[in-house]
Write a protein that binds this ligand. Structure first.
Ligand code: MLT
Ligand code: ZN
Length: 485
């Protein structure tokens, strides 16, 4: 029997050089140590890595990137490894190194006058939120994976999440970044300026580039005042049209109060309550759909509770919602959010599922849900559509769970049919095939149809200019160029 050498055995000199630069603690080569870095959260991709490199600071990162560039070693930056599109998973060649920023995990400073936070890439989003809260402020980015997702990945993917409708995506919240570019040079853009029109906005190019143009090491994030009052309510609705009316009512009354507006289907909620321990829907009857509304204000004198009761009372009277419960305590509020945040995990436990992280103009959300539900049911009888997500900003996770009893592999084999069916409807409604999860290695094939022509050409030119050897997260975002294209 022949035993093929591990990737690291094939390149001992290189591993020794990495170890010189980072010390033994910064270089993982054993397959048992690297395994978890080579598979994604969804278990869709299984790669191999030459090594996992864990620099402790920007200088170390720059040094290993220079070395990789010199030796044509492809690099895969990885944060909390929570990508939904395989964006941080190496390929199967064993030539790529995974660069993991976990050791760069300091919240360096919080400036209460500027309302900014300087944070390193390896800090989890949750830890950054906690640090902001302890200082009396709020970092309003919130996503289901915030306990694991790290700031570097959050920025590299321009994460959005639950509060985008009020505070924007990661991009809108970031004033400056420092990054190591593909050749190992350092882009010193750690600025705290609200106005800075000095040429191309490189930070905006790096944010959302999914690690294909450089590796963000540190960022200046804008903070907001900590809300003094928050009210969370779970509302039962008949369908997404009713949910849209509720959003309209809340916005007509006071758009500035709406901090989250999350849609959930009855099917998705059933999966959560049956598969996730400690979850129940605190409403009388099962509803076809639900909305989790969160209102918040930094004003001490707002009497938000009274306002919430009044506006939801009006929605009930008008028949927009059929039932509602307002959280009475922080514990109850957390319980309502658990019903929402566990949607992805419940779907994972329910068997194979196909995700469609799509966005459409908010007014088209009901039509998207209606048409995509019917089209997918016609495609695979028994399929379980469980759309949910950030309806307030038009981003729906139109996820579909396999029919009960179907072979998971047979269901996954239809992934592209399902994705293309949903995408066709999304396109018709002027939407996007990737709202907040990015393109990764799951969706580059969709780029020519959606971003072709001048847009894709410009992206290719930018990539070639900044990373001429295609060493930064190759195979992600951009599809392989067609000969002659
Ligand atoms: C979420 O909002 O919970 C996620 O983006 C997860 C998903 O799409 O499954
Ligand atoms: Zn989401």
């Amino acid at each position: 029997m022949t035993v093929s050498p591990s990737p690291a055995q094939a390149a001992p000199d290189l591993i020794a050089r990495f170890t010189d630069l980072l010390g033994p603690v910064g270089v993982l080569v054993d397959a048992t140590d690297t395994a978890s870095f080579c598979t994604d959260w969804r278990d869709l991709y299984h790669g191999r890595a030459l090594a996992v490199l864990r620099p402790a600071n920007t200088a170390e990162l720059a040094a290993i990137v220079r070395l990789c560039n010199e030796h044509d070693v492809p690099m895969v930056p990885q944060g909390g490894n929570t990508s939904m599109v395989g964006g941080a998973t190496p390929d199967g060649s064993g030539r790529e190194v995974v660069i993991c920023l976990t050791r760069m995990n300091r919240v360096r400073a919080i400036d209460p006058a500027d309302l900014t936070m300087e944070v390193e890439a390896g800090v989890t989003l949750k830890a950054a939120q906690d640090a902001a809260r302890e200082a009396g402020f709020m970092l309003p980015l919130s996503i289901s994976s915030e306990g694991s997702a790290q700031m570097g990945g959050v920025l590299a993917t321009n994460a959005g999440g639950n509060n985008t409708l009020r505070y924007g995506n990661a991009r809108e919240l970031t004033l400056g970044v420092e990054a190591v570019m593909p050749d190992g040079s350092v882009f010193h853009g750690l600025r705290r300026l609200r106005k800075d029109n000095t040429g191309y906005a490189l930070r905006q190019l790096l944010i959302g580039s999914e690690g294909t143009l450089g590796i963000i090491t540190t960022a200046i994030i804008q903070l907001h005042p900590q809300p003094r009052a928050i009210e969370a309510a779970l509302c039962a609705v008949d369908d997404a049209d009713a949910a849209l009316k509720l959003l309209g009512l809340l916005r007509a009354r006071d758009p500035a109060l709406v901090q989250a507006f999350e849609f959930m289907s009855g099917t998705g909620m059933d999966l959560v309550t049956s598969l996730i321990a400690g979850t129940t829907v605190p409403l009388g009857e099962r509803a076809p759909a639900y909305v989790l509304v969160e209102l918040a204000t930094p004003r001490p004198d707002a009497d938000l509770r009274e306002y919430t009761e009044e506006v939801l009372g009006e929605a009930l009277e008008e028949g927009i919602i059929t039932d509602a419960v307002i959280a009475e305590s922080e514990g109850q509020r957390a319980g309502l959010w658990k019903l929402r945040e566990e949607h992805a995990e419940a779907q994972r436990r329910a068997g194979a599922s196909v995700k469609n992280d799509v966005s459409v103009p908010v007014t088209h959300v009901p039509e998207l849900i209606r048409r995509a539900t019917a089209a997918c049911a016609a495609l695979i009888p028994g399929i379980r559509p469980a759309p949910f997500g950030h309806m307030g900003d038009g981003n729906i996770h139109f996820n579909l769970v396999q029919p009960e009893g179907m072979d998971p592999a047979a269901f996954l084999a239809r992934s592209h049919d399902i994705m293309d069916t949903v995408a066709g409807i999304v396109k018709d409604l002027d939407g996007s095939f990737s709202a907040e999860h990015g393109v990764g290695q799951l969706k580059p094939y969709m780029m020519p149809a959606w971003r072709g022509g001048a847009e894709l050409a410009a992206m290719r030119h930018i990539k070639a200019a900044l990373d001429p050897k295609d060493l930064m997260n190759p195979g992600k975002v951009l599809p392989p160029a067609q000969p002659g294209a």
